[in-house]
Design a protein around this ligand. Structure first.
Ligand SMILES: Cc1cc2nc3c(=O)[nH]c(=O)nc-3n(C[C@H](O)[C@H](O)[C@H](O)COP(=O)(O)OP(=O)(O)OC[C@H]3O[C@@H](n4cnc5c(N)ncnc54)[C@H](O)[C@@H]3O)c2cc1C
Ligand SMILES: *[C@@H]1O[C@H](CO)[C@@H](O)[C@H](O)[C@H]1NC(C)=O
Length: 555
């Protein structure tokens, strides 16, 4: 590679799918320069993933993007539920038209978080992320393919070929994020192994135009499973009007292959699936794909980190693929920033594996639960299917996990004598999701007031560590000044939360939600997860904070 033009970047991102683009955005948000290369000419034209869960929306909210994301999904807002039958017409005509259905607000009404999940297709969402990433300085280059990666003790090198000009350049980087998708070439190049059930079925993802607006109006659905003698598959709503996707099942064991399904045959089958023999159909594209479970055995390989489908491929039935990948990127971005800025030892990066690998693995395995033998979503009411759904449902909002204190960035709490239980009244966030302030959990959401504005506690996180103390926690906030002098540049902030605090919380809801007394505090990481909880004020606040920070930053 010696004679090639060489550029250096702190982080190279390979793959400009939803996860790579998110990584670019999050790194810029943390002040880290990156270069993203994507071999296609632009973002995905296929709708693909549609669900952005509540936790992902919270992340976008932190970056100031949640309104734009909601807007991008506006046409899917009335979508709700799963239908099944022998044709769309035969099913939908049994459903009454709903009157003015408002979107379900499960997360907000249960006071779990400030945002609800929304439906947005990937082709609408990716441009929103791309634009935001570029606006805050992300260098994103399309038509660029990574053809070779090499790794050394101190850096990574990659050869990047411009597919338009055929010219190559060499990039050296401190770290590389491999967000290069389910068939990850980097995974193959490094010989990284995967585990899991593997391929579960064979589908053709048919994107088509057909005007179904009137027939679905006020009875919009998410998925309609079709099982008839001529055609088996799933109809998916894309804009509730004239854009639709049908996941058509074919069977290689009967000698079938994608080439047996040219556009004219697909049109015929779609008319049968819709139950509308005369409807005008335009086929936009036909994409063969296989739902599968494949999870790498390790996310970090030296200076290379796998994220998204490259790390954990999963069937789409829990809507976890894109969401899990976005959270991977959010988890990694602040850690890379802290290490590159010299605030943390590079051992902090090991926590990417400790924290994210179990999440990816669980999401992948649970996503296979609601699938049938053909890899399609199962609508049967047998025990196996019901058990499958029971596993995936708690994960769908994006809150169903807590990082273990095996992670160096989560400080184990002394749980004697109550086993970690807090004295606050139980509610949905604590009972179902362990979002009760315990270390490793997503820090609790409470509506509060800051400088006269109503905000969520979640809105306080995103950059740097934040300490949120109880209503009598003055000494914590006072200690931060000295801490910031000692940990130069860290920009650690802290607030007293209570009726008279800098963060106004009239009902002292924060203390209850965080499981602390009026003199206790939660230390929250830049990704909004609790690093440490101290229920009461210790005798030497400064010494304790210094210890804990040193531990989390692996110093
Ligand atoms: C048909 C289909 C339907 C889906 N439906 C859903 C759903 O309903 N819900 C859900 O949650 N998920 C769904 N998914 C999964 C979802 O699309 C993925 O989880 C998500 O796209 C993962 O994002 P990613 O960025 O990790 O990978 P990808 O989106 O696959 O992006 C990887 C990118 O890397 C690029 N690349 C690869 N190698 C190189 C290289 N050497 N150099 C440069 N660029 C490279 C590729 O061109 C690609 O753009 C679906 C997937 C498919 C295929
Ligand atoms: C749905 O998609 C079609 C085809 O791209 C487009 O013409 C139409 O305006 C869209 N409708 C809505 C409601 O977004």
């Amino acid at each position: 590679m010696a004679s090639l033009e060489t550029i250096h970047v702190p982080v190279l991102i390979v793959g400009g799918g939803i996860v790579g683009l998110s990584a670019s955005l999050f790194l810029s948000h943390q002040g880290v320069n990156s270069l993203l290369i994507e071999r296609h000419s632009g973002t995905s034209i296929h709708p693909r993933a549609r669900s952005v869960n509540a936790r992902t929306m919270e992340i976008f909210r932190t970056i100031g993007l949640s309104d734009l994301v909601r807007e991008a999904g506006a046409s899917l807002a009335p979508t709700w539920g799963i239908y099944s039958g022998t044709s769309l017409k035969s099913v939908i005509e049994t459903k009454p038209r709903r009157e003015n259905r408002k979107g379900a607000s499960l997360v907000r009404s249960a006071e779990i978080g400030p945002e609800d999940g929304v439906f947005v297709t990937q082709d609408m969402l990716e441009p929103v992320i791309l634009k935001a990433a570029r606006e805050i300085g992300g260098d994103v280059r399309f038509y660029s393919e990574c053809t070779d990666v090499e790794q050394y003790e101190e850096y990574v090198t990659a050869r990047i070929r411009n597919r338009e000009t055929g010219n190559s350049i060499k990039v050296t980087a401190d770290y590389l994020i491999a967000a290069d998708g389910a068939n990850s070439p980097i995974r193959s190049q490094l010989g990284v192994t995967t585990t899991g059930r593997g391929t579960m079925g064979n589908l053709l993802n048919i994107l088509f135009h057909a005007d179904l607006k009137d027939i679905v109006l006020n009875r919009e659905f998410s998925l309609c499973s079709i099982d008839s003698p001529e055609v088996v598959g799933i109809l998916t709503s894309i804009n509730n009007s004239d854009r639709w996707v049908f996941h058509l099942n074919y069977d290689p064991s009967k000698g079938e292959k994608p080439a047996d399904y040219p556009p004219d045959r697909c049109k015929e089958l779609l008319r049968i699936a819709l139950g509308l023999p005369d409807i005008k159909i335009d086929i936009v594209s036909i994409l063969p794909w296989q739902p599968a479970v494949r999870v790498v055995t390790k996310l970090q390989h030296g200076r290379i980190f796998f994220a998204g489908d490259a790390a954990h491929q999963m069937p789409p039935y829990g809507g976890q693929g894109a969401n899990t990948g976005i959270s991977d990127a959010y988890n990694l971005a602040w850690k890379l920033s802290f290490v590159l800025n010299g605030y943390a030892n590079s051992r902090l990066l090991q926590t990417f594996d400790t924290e994210r690998l179990p999440v990816g693995k669980t999401a992948a395995e649970a996503s296979a639960g609601p699938a049938d033998d053909r890899g399609l979503i199962s609508i049967k009411r047998d025990l196996r299917t019901i058990m499958g759904w029971t596993r995936i449902i708690p994960l769908t909002s994006g809150y169903g996990y807590v990082y273990s204190s095996d992670s160096l960035a989560v400080v184990r709490e002394d749980i004697w004598p109550l086993g970690g239980m807090t004295w606050k009244p139980w509610n949905a966030p604590s009972l179902f999701f362990s979002l009760d302030g315990r270390p490793g959990s997503r820090a609790p959401h409470v509506w509060v007031e800051k400088e006269g504005n109503k905000i969520s506690t979640i809105d306080i996180f995103g950059k740097g560590f934040v300490l949120l103390a109880g209503s009598e926690g003055d000494a914590w906030v006072a200690a931060l000044k000295t801490i910031n002098e000692k940990f130069h540049g860290l920009g650690f902030t802290g607030y007293r939360v209570g009726p008279k605090g800098e963060i106004v919380d009239q009902g002292k809801k924060w203390e209850a939600a965080a499981g602390i007394s009026s003199t206790g505090a939660l230390l929250v990481r830049p990704d909004g997860y609790v690093a440490w909880r101290q229920r009461r004020m210790p005798t030497d606040v400064y010494a304790m904070l210094e210890d804990v920070l040193g531990e989390i930053l692996c110093l």
